[in-house]
Design a protein around this ligand. Structure first.
Ligand code: NAD
Length: 470
């Protein structure tokens, strides 16, 4: 049976309703209710309940938006939200505690600590490729830290957007958590208002718009962007497992994953066996006729589908290449040695095409990566621990996985975020809690033993003594 999608227009929030929503959230925050531990835990539990009880509706919405199968949606989105909720509930008491640090002799007797306090009202702007995860996972962090939040899901995944709006209104504290649906006009209106933090997930062009708008209010931002994530395959690797893991991480969600391997770097002599192993895995996973696989998704919109198809012009397609614009289908496709100047290698692909770049020597992968913008993720498949260390210490990337795809995303103890052009800031687990908290510096001094050394009138004797102490 062919996978089909059902595009629909987002039901946008009235522009006139946006400012009152923001004011209401700010008022709630000033009441202090969201700072209380029990409120935070109750909302976290409700987020989990909301996802679990509505899973069939969520699967259906994602099927309509992205033609994605239920198991992929569960693994990549619902499961991720539930993991974040459970991890936060388990650790929240500890995270909220004052964090003691030592106090130097000049400030003795005294105590020093950092007191995590919520920032206020957080604006969460999500992207369409994982439409639930990319707003609920930041929400878990924002709520854990005791904030109010306004969620703006992507208009491109309109079915999931309207379901999120419905579920949030039914399950969560609507005085503290609200949704604004819409596209550019509504987001532009949102950005005219002052928030206490903005987390944006999406492309870098809009990332700059968000950062400029935030600068007007000196609002801190977390930018979860994308870029071209390299996948370096060394010939010492386990070929079979490597091929499985590359195919899993590249073609999940039809290649529309911010941390999907964007291209492979491999030594010339190892390219043929690698390509052959990848082809075999694609066929094993999705069958000989991928268009009829129930496990393979669709491109989110015709515009994105045409954008990706254009990348194939004048390329050496060694596998796949079939597409059907009306069904927003693009076959898993391998391109051998595209020119570095071609749009395929200049832009983030964000679709099911995998370029294989061959090198004379795998060591050349390091300068190849370093000559480009810092990627969101970097993958390395190798059994050579010296080469592993060389890659880890000589390249920069938001996140690295050695010998797998984006499994780091499954660990809430690890920060999720980019570096340089691939983003700024990070979240998940405690890092997310800290991201939406201010670690307030607190020092408490005692009244007894008030050393007069620092007070005027200053003398040479005092100065000499002070130099010894500091
Ligand atoms: P998108 O089109 O859904 O846009 C993201 C958000 O920006 C939406 O909510 C949209 O309404 C808003 N927006 C769009 N144009 C705007 C404008 N002119 N002014 C204000 N707001 C505007 O998503 P996209 O940009 O196509 O997302 C794809 C990109 O996101 C890729 O680069 C991908 O790598 C990246 N991404 C990153 C992560 C991450 O966690 N780092 C996750 C998913 C996607």
């Amino acid at each position: 049976m062919q996978t089909t999608t059902q595009s629909t227009e987002v039901s946008a929030t009235l522009i006139a309703d946006i400012a009152p929503k923001i004011h209401a959230l700010k008022k709630t925050f000033s009441n202090g209710n969201t700072k209380v531990f029990s409120w935070r835990v109750a909302q976290l539990e409700q987020i989990k309940k909301m996802v679990v009880e509505n899973q069939d509706d969520i699967f259906a919405a994602m099927q309509k938006d992205l033609g994605r199968c239920d198991m992929e949606s569960w693994t990549a989105e619902l499961g991720g939200v539930i993991t974040e909720v459970e991890h936060s509930i388990k650790n929240l008491k500890k995270w909220m505690k004052p964090r003691k640090v030592s106090t130097p002799i000049v400030a003795q007797p005294g105590k020093s600590y950092m007191l995590p306090e919520p920032l206020g009202t957080i604006l969460i702007i999500g992207a369409w490729n994982y439409p639930l995860l990319l707003v609920l996972s930041p929400l878990v962090a924002a709520v854990s830290a005791g904030n109010c939040a306004l969620i703006k899901p992507s208009e491109l995944s309109a079915n999931t957007s309207s379901l999120i709006a419905k579920m949030v209104s039914e399950y969560l504290d609507n005085d503290a958590i609200k949704v604004v649906e819409g596209a550019v006009e509504e987001t532009t209106e949102l950005l005219k208002h002052q928030f206490d933090h903005i987390i944006y997930t999406g492309g870098d062009v809009v990332g700059k718009i968000v950062m400029r708008a935030a600068a007007e209010f000196l609002t801190p931002v977390t930018l979860e962007l994308g870029g071209k994530s390299p996948c370096i395959v060394d010939s010492s690797t386990d070929l079979e497992v490597t091929a499985s893991r590359i195919v899993w991480s590249k073609w999940m969600n039809a290649g529309q994953t911010c941390v999907a391997p964007d291209y492979v770097l491999v030594e010339k002599s190892f390219a043929a066996p690698l390509i052959s192993a990848i082809k075999n895995k694609i066929t094993e996973f999705y069958g000989a006729d991928v268009a009829n696989s129930k496990d393979y998704g669709r491109i989110v919109s015709e515009r994105h589908c045409s954008r990706i198809i254009k990348y194939l012009a004048d390329q050496n397609v060694v596998f796949g290449g079939n597409h059907n614009l009306s069904n927003k289908y693009i076959e898993p496709t391998l391109v051998l040695d595209p020119s570095a100047d071609s749009p395929l290698m200049q832009e983030e692909i964000f679709g099911p095409i995998l370029p294989i770049i061959t090198l004379d020597n795998i060591g050349q992968a390091i300068p190849y990566v370093n000559d480009r913008e810092k990627p969101l993720a970097l993958y390395l498949f190798t059994k050579d621990s010296r080469f592993e260390q060389q890659v880890l210490t000589s390249t920069s990337a938001g996140m690295v996985c050695v010998n797998d795809g984006f499994m780091f995303a499954a660990n809430p103890n690890l920060p999720f975020g980019g570096v340089g052009n691939s983003g700024t800031g990070a979240y998940h687990g405690k890092i997310g809690f800290d991201n939406f908290s201010h670690l307030k510096t607190v020092m408490k001094r005692s009244f007894w033993f008030d050393v007069p050394l620092r007070y005027p009138p200053f003398t040479d004797k005092k100065f000499k003594l002070l130099k010894k102490l500091i």
